[in-house]
Design a protein. Structure first.
Length: 54
């Protein structure tokens, strides 16, 4: 995958404080603010919000 400034690679960190993270890409045009997705945290054992880290 070619990396460019339009779709950067971002790290999503769990908001529960378990230290679990996901790595994904996002579109800066559609989501200029920090991304927040509800994903599964295996340490917590449930779905929690994951927030974009910079």
């Amino acid at each position: 995958m070619a990396r460019n400034e339009t779709r950067p690679v971002v790290t999503l960190r769990s908001t529960v404080g378990t230290g679990w993270s996901y790595v994904t890409r996002k579109s800066r045009r559609n989501d200029p603010d920090r991304l927040v997705l509800r994903k599964f945290d295996p340490v917590a054992g449930r779905h929690v919000p994951f927030r974009e880290e910079r």
